[in-house]
Design a protein around this ligand. Structure first.
Ligand SMILES: [Zn+2]
Length: 256
């Protein structure tokens, strides 16, 4: 299985990354994708990918981590920094996004989103997208950009019409810890009607702990909790196999 979204570049994994990876591999989670959040963390993703063949990464500016002083005038240098940081080992652009719960002005978020979508289109790579109360904007911007390289909608939640819009745009739906909670039932229903062919697995480690593990650091090994819930929703289907192939397809990853 592949954890398609785990922030192993964060400081809380610095001391025991070997053990984290060993524990994940012991339960069948054998590949890891680290989404980029800001330039301060990109180097750590690059270093980890050099050290572990099982780790891939994307680079991007996550709206939560924009510099406090960000203005439209600062955007071009940020985007050229990103463009220069992208190397062949980098498999996509992300984690980019639009989040209406943040203080950052929405027009700045949209401009940064657009610029990064355009860069991904130029480079021919997929996206990892963060959303919160922003499906309308994200779908609108992707259509406007005529983006054609697909990607993953991280921690998807939304109704079936929204899910279908993303699928039509070539995106897979990221499925993580939320579905292990009773409140995840609605999302599970949507996923069931959309089908496993459009889902990928993710933990969002160290965040979004699984049900019963609240307050603990999340880790890729707990991807198994997500799989166990999905096995009930998609009984008789090869949850691990199908979702793994989906990640390989969207990022052009080979099997390790
Ligand atoms: Zn994330």
């Amino acid at each position: 299985m592949i954890d398609s979204h785990c922030h192993l570049d964060l400081a809380c994994f610095l001391d025991d990354i070997d053990a984290v990876i060993t524990r994940a591999q012991a339960v069948g989670v054998t590949q890891f994708i680290i989404p980029g959040i800001d330039p301060g963390h990109w180097q750590q993703s690059q270093a980890l990918a050099k050290r572990y063949a099982q780790i891939s990464y994307t680079l991007g500016y996550h709206p939560f981590f924009y510099p406090n002083t960000l203005t439209l005038a600062d955007m071009d240098p940020l985007i050229s920094t990103l463009k220069n940081a992208v190397t062949p080992e980098c498999i996509g652009i992300g984690e980019i996004g639009i989040d209406r719960t943040l203080q950052t002005p929405i027009e700045l978020q949209v401009a940064m989103f657009d610029a990064q979508v355009q860069l991904a289109q130029e480079l021919g790579v997929p996206l990892i997208i963060h959303h919160r109360k922003s499906h309308d904007l994200i779908i609108g911007r992707l259509k406007r950009a005529k983006f054609t390289h697909g990607g993953i909608i991280h921690a998807f939640s939304g109704n079936q019409a929204i899910a279908q819009e993303y699928v039509d745009l070539g995106f897979y739906l990221g499925v993580g810890g939320t579905i292990t909670y009773p409140r995840g039932a609605k999302t599970l229903q949507v996923l069931h009607s959309i089908g496993l062919a459009h889902c990928v697995l993710e933990t969002d480690s160290p965040d979004m702990p699984m049900y019963g593990r609240q307050g603990q650091r999340n880790e890729p090994q707990y991807l198994v909790d997500v799989v166990n819930v999905l096995k009930q929703t998609f009984s008789g289907q090869d949850v691990a196999g199908i979702t793994t192939r989906n990640v390989q397809r969207v990022f052009g990853l080979s099997v390790i």
